[in-house]
Design a protein around this ligand. Structure first.
Ligand code: HMG
Ligand code: MG
Length: 299
């Protein structure tokens, strides 16, 4: 059994999309380049969404045009519809992500579409991407709870995940958008989805609101999942998920994995340095226990 775990860094997108202050393009570009330099092979670089809905992602075209791309690193961007896909392609995106939800209410709030309508909008994106050799990742939000509906039936999570996979997504990222799920619940959810989709096509996307992410990741690994999304310094949250905190911090995931006999290819010291750098830029305290512990030990 390979002991390699893939990390999909989502800080520059999921992390920054929720920041109220204006973040200049140069800072976004430096963040993405530092993360790739730290050995991460997938760094989500932005979102081609409506600037009225998520103003912080408005300059994603400039970001894509400016980053120095490293060989062997992919820079996915979110594309909710064909308009987004066209923007992403103009920016030479190699991978795009469509994003649906297992909750009707969240789907309406986040992308102004019912689940069925959203799948209809995604179909031409996947077809265009397939024709152009662009990889498509699929996100499913609210897999362990919804800010508007509370508990979500596992059958709904399975249904949307399978619809995205059958449409042609190479990977389905299962999002605990509001970070409420526990390891036992994550395990049950993954078992249910893995009943319909190969487990090696699943990824875990845990927000850390209730501090459960590392336990959830470990439970998911025990179920055979090998890919996890995380955000340097624990940046982030979704503007349409009130009260949700950032993703689990990349450096905390890497510390846990390396200390448990897994490898990721990431350089923990470089991640900690980037975490401190970005927190300083944003004027916030790192939401990473590992970074805080290392910083305290260094003083
Ligand atoms: P809509 O208002 O229904 O769209 O929004 P529309 O098609 O009716 O168009 C209305 C206007 O938006 C038009 O402009 C369009 O051109 C424009 P106007 O004529 O009024 O000037 N428009 C766009 N502009 C830029 N890029 C586009 C685009 N599409 C239309 N792609 C829409 C529908 C999907 C666009 C909107 O709801 C939206 O942008 N939502 C994005 C919300 C978002 O980004 N949320 C955060 C990411 S998801 C997340 O964080 C969860 C995740 O991390 C996993 C997890 O944690 O669970 C992935
Ligand atoms: Mg998220």
């Amino acid at each position: 059994m390979s002991n390699h775990i893939n990390i999909v860094e989502v800080g520059p997108r999921d992390g920054l999309q929720n920041e109220k202050q204006t973040i200049d393009v140069a800072t976004k570009v430096e963040l993405i380049e530092r993360l790739a330099d730290a050995g991460l092979k997938s760094v989500e670089a932005g979102a081609f969404v409506s600037p009225k809905w998520v103003p912080q992602m408005a300059a994603s075209d400039e970001v894509l045009a400016t980053i120095k791309r490293r060989d062997g690193v992919s820079y996915p961007v979110l594309t909710p519809n064909m308009k987004g896909y066209e923007g992403a392609r103009a920016g030479k995106a190699d991978t795009v992500a469509i994003f649906g939800a297992a909750s009707e209410s969240f789907s309406k709030k986040n992308i102004n579409a019912t689940i069925d309508e959203s799948l209809e909008r995604f179909q031409p994106v996947v077809e265009a991407a397939e024709a152009e050799g662009v990889r498509v990742r699929g996100y499913v939000s609210c897999v362990l709870g919804c800010p508007y509906e509370g508990k979500i039936a596992l059958a709904d999570v399975v249904k949307v995940s399978k619809a995205l996979y059958d449409m042609g997504c190479y990977e389905i990222s299962l999002g605990d958008t509001i970070g409420v799920g526990t390891a036992g619940e994550a395990r049950q959810m993954i078992r249910a989805v893995a009943g319909e989709i190969p487990v090696n096509a699943l990824a875990g996307h845990f927000h850390d609101t209730y501090g459960q992410s590392l336990a959830n990741i470990y439970a998911a690994i025990e179920e055979g999942v090998k890919t996890f999304d995380s955000s340097v310094s624990g940046l982030g949250g979704c503007p349409y998920a009130p009260g949700a905190s950032g993703n689990v911090a990349t450096e905390d995931v890497v510390y846990m994995l390396h200390g448990s006999g897994f490898e990721t290819g990431a350089d923990l010291d470089a991640l900690i340095e980037t975490s401190l750098w970005v927190s300083k830029k944003l004027g916030r305290k790192p939401a990473s226990n590992v970074t805080l512990a290392r910083a305290a030990a260094a003083t």
